[in-house]
Design a binder for this molecule. Structure first.
Ligand code: COA
Length: 395
């Protein structure tokens, strides 16, 4: 039987022209550039113009991806549209995009998994490709979060931005593409990031609108804790499932929600920061568009070369999380993704040694995470106590 591999053959991104800086936000709510930069790493974000919406942004990114792949919309078999901010509840954004692209033979579906949506979409697309069912799939992550944000709530409005990123996943005989994946959900934590008033559970009333319940509500600290934990766990899972350790990974593309979350996760994983793509300073958190925007930038900057192993990892509303290990095709694929491969030993011993290497790395990462948790457990009460004393002294 023929073995098919998923291959990213095209990519494209789009962000609206209008830039909203931290200084602009400080004119709107009680915040400052200093607070936003030190707590999140964000300096500016892009905001959709009047008349610009999720599908129109997705269209621009998708057209670029098709061009890079050298195919037309008519070649697409499927469109997977990751978004939580559709133009309408119905019809789905995926069908609107299918029509505007002219993807006449493509199926189309929306994938709602919060900020993890694009990684979920990439893994889903790969299944259709690897079974041989489809040849070309468009996976697009796009959000118009400026529509969903309460612009009077400083806890959330400083975090989000608008944008779109798209890739074409094609069928290939070249080994590589999706190597391993981890998709997860902790629905019990769902109320940490919620738009309470839009949905079938209760009618939307003028009173609810008055209270801004049709906008995003968020428990930032809860998500922070969740994110640092699941990002580390999911990366460890996909890397060890591939029989590798973190040292074998060339680039990590994390969801851009907060630079501090990324830093903490990266420290726990023991990864050199130069191997992590960070562009949150210019875009903020663009939810399902965040990973594809970062992927496009990495590709355009030449930071991804054939043979490279990339981990994409995200978390978001749900609460969901997702990670995948992707091997970039385009050149001779490494024969054996194992560092002990050159040793003159038997196949069985080689495999055993590699398993030990992976197990040692897992244990090391877990120990590092435990140490970091213990440090936080001591530091947090001290920090709160210090803050309380300062408040009482009126400083
Ligand atoms: N400007 C100034 N002060 C602000 C502020 C802002 N924009 N937003 C909150 N504050 C204040 C708070 O009111 C609080 O004041 P208090 O101590 O007087 O009550 C103080 O800053 C600290 O708030 P805290 O919640 O402890 O800040 P933090 O260090 O946890 O950072 C987040 C807040 C939201 C940046 C951080 O928790 C985060 O990024 N969480 C994850 C959110 C996320 O990723 N969401 C999307 C998921 S995909």
């Amino acid at each position: 039987m023929t073995t098919y591999y998923s291959k990213i053959t095209g990519w494209g991104m789009y962000v609206p022209e209008r830039v909203l800086t931290n200084h602009d936000l400080a004119q709107m709510v009680d915040t400052s550039d200093e607070w936003i930069v030190t707590r999140t790493g964000i300096r500016e974000r892009h905001i959709a113009a009047d008349g610009e919406a999720t599908v129109s942004m997705a269209l621009k990114a998708s057209e670029k991806a098709l061009e890079v792949a050298g195919i037309t919309a008519a070649d697409l078999d499927l469109i997977i549209f990751a978004s939580s901010t559709p133009d309408y509840l119905c019809p789905p954004a995926s069908s609107l995009l299918q029509d505007r692209l002219g993807a006449t033979k493509a199926g189309a579906m929306v994938l709602v998994a919060g900020c993890s949506g694009f990684v979920y979409g990439l893994v889903t697309a790969s299944q259709f490709i690897q079974t041989g069912l489809y040849q070309h799939i468009l996976v697009v992550g796009t959000e118009k979060l400026s529509w969903a944000v309460d612009w009077s709530d400083r806890n959330t409005c400083v975090l989000f931005g608008d944008g779109a990123g798209a890739v074409i996943v094609s069928r290939s005989l070249e080994p590589g593409g999706l190597i391993s994946a981890r998709l997860g959900s902790e629905g019990a934590e769902g109320d940490a990031l919620i738009v309470p008033a839009i949905g079938s559970i209760e009618p939307l009333t003028p009173e609810k609108i008055e209270r801004n319940e049709h906008k995003i509500r968020m428990d930032g600290r809860r998500i922070f804790k969740f994110a640092t934990q699941v990002m580390v766990d999911a990366v460890v899972d996909v890397v060890s499932a591939a029989g590798l350790t973190i040292n074998d990974i060339d680039l990590i593309i994390p969801h851009q929600a907060n630079e501090r979350i990324i830093d903490l996760a990266v420290r726990r994983l023991g990864v050199d920061r130069s191997k992590v793509l960070i562009n949150i300073d210019r875009y903020g958190n663009t939810s399902a568009a965040s990973v594809p925007l970062a992927l496009c930038e990495a590709l355009d900057q030449g930071r991804i070369q054939p043979g490279d192993r990339i981990v994409m990892v995200a978390f978001g509303a749900g609460l969901t999380y997702a990670a995948c290990l992707w091997e970039w095709q385009g050149a001779e694929t490494r024969e054996e993704p194992i560092l002990v491969s050159n040793w003159p030993i038997s196949e069985t011993l080689r495999e055993r040694l590699q398993q030990m290497r992976v197990a040692a790395w897992r244990a090391q990462t877990e120990a590092r995470a435990k140490l970091s948790d213990a440090t936080m457990a001591v530091m947090l009460p001290l920090y709160t106590f210090r803050k309380g004393v300062k408040k009482r002294l009126g400083k």
